[in-house]
Ligand binder design. Structure first.
Ligand code: TTP
Ligand code: MG
Length: 362
């Protein structure tokens, strides 16, 4: 819909780099361009362990995706170029991109290594002007860093974020306030931030497949089934989100660490020791960033790739290593009580807040 918008309407951009890690690799090694490129563990002729971190869009055409075992990626495309991650490089490129973005609006919020929000309401008079500004951003990042990004423009952070993923790669999706319902209704529920695999499965069981289905569903039944999150999902499905850009500047959503055993194991002491090591790493990273956490998640992947994740939300925020370790051990107990061999173990803390600060919500 054209024309200038109501001045109360906010105009928010969400910028997300395309296939970020592999794009950085292509930028450093232009000879990779045009080939399928996979960043992650060593494939070892299909016997490699560990997972794909990301891959470029050429590799995605073979069905490869983030989080997939590297051995599966190899089966799908043995001729892809496999690269181990160079995190120092990704961090540097990320910092330079964030510096570019910050110049466009002081209402800036980094949202992970390769994505950020900008509130441009004060410097653009309508969505047309905001689109032109977004084109300049894309151009400047491509010119300076050789990397494409996708930008979503919407009346709030929720819509902007969903929109940036709508036409990847090198996309630009504009959703004006009047178009929100039409835009959201046909999308699958898992496009809403925070709706992961488990919640999606539950919602499907209730006959809710699309965001439109969720918006039309009874908020009170959602609250009964999912607690406070149910109410929030319903509000999100209606396209409602009030949080300001910059509210949680620089704070991440979760901190996790996982590792794949060199050999699948059912030795309880080996698994327990590794769980403690992983907890230590997560604890260190959380305290370095001065963060408290409330939710602990343990992930166990078995030899047959069946994956168990179990979370517990404590009734208080904490940064105690003992709380983390004890909760992780309790959560892991069920998963490790069987005889099945374990392939991968992971621990994640979420529901974070700064030791002095606000909670992290979109
Ligand atoms: P994403 O933005 O989710 O993915 P992407 O940039 O690779 O691809 P897209 O074009 O779909 O945006 O994540 C950014 C980077 O974070 C990604 O390049 C690699 C890393 N990452 C992981 O390490 N593990 C993961 O499971 C995911 C999803 C991403
Ligand atoms: Mg990305």
């Amino acid at each position: 819909m054209k024309g200038s918008c109501n001045r109360n309407t906010r105009i928010i951009l969400h910028i997300d780099m395309d296939h970020f890690f592999s794009a950085c690799e292509e930028r450093e090694h232009p000879e990779l361009k045009g080939n399928p490129v996979v960043v992650g563990a060593e494939p070892k002729q299909g016997r490699g362990r560990g997972v794909v971190k990301t891959c470029n869009y050429e590799a995605r055409e073979f069905g490869i995706q983030s989080g997939m075992p590297i051995s599966t990626a190899w089966r799908l495309c043995p001729n892809a170029i496999y690269v181990r991650g160079n995190y120092r490089l990704y961090k540097k490129v990320s910092e330079r991109i964030m510096a570019i973005l910050k110049k466009y609006s002081e209402r800036f919020q980094r949202w992970g290594l390769d994505e950020a929000f900008l509130d441009v309401s004060l410097m653009t008079k309508d969505f047309e002007e905001a689109t032109k500004l977004a084109e300049s951003i894309k151009h400047e990042i491509l010119w300076n860093e050789g990397i494409t990004c996708s930008i979503g423009i919407g009346p709030n952070k929720l819509i902007a974020k969903i929109a940036s993923g709508h036409e990847k790669p090198d996309g630009m999706t504009v959703v004006r306030e009047d178009d929100v319902e039409r835009f959201l209704a046909p999308l699958p529920v898992q496009r809403i931030v925070g709706i992961g695999e488990k919640t999606t499965a539950k919602l499907h069981g209730m006959g809710i497949k699309t965001i439109g289905d969720l918006a039309a569903f009874s908020a009170s039944i959602l609250a009964q089934k999912f607690g406070a999150m149910g109410m929030r999902y319903h509000r999100y499905a209606l396209g409602l989100s009030e949080s300001d850009v910059g509210e949680r500047r620089g704070i991440r959503k979760s901190i996790g660490h996982e590792c794949t055993f060199a050999v699948d194991t059912d030795a309880r002491d080996v698994v327990s020791r590794r769980l403690v090591d992983i907890c230590c790493k997560v604890y260190q990273r959380a305290t370095e960033k001065n963060l408290l956490f409330k939710t602990v998640t343990v992930k166990v992947r078995y030899k047959n790739f069946r994956t168990f994740t179990h979370s517990r939300t404590l009734s208080f925020f904490t940064n105690s290593s003992q709380n983390l370790r004890k909760t992780a051990e309790e959560l892991a107990q069920d998963a490790l009580s069987g005889m099945e061999k374990v392939r991968l173990l992971g621990v994640r803390v979420s529901n974070l807040k700064l030791a002095k600060g606000q909670r992290i919500l979109i």
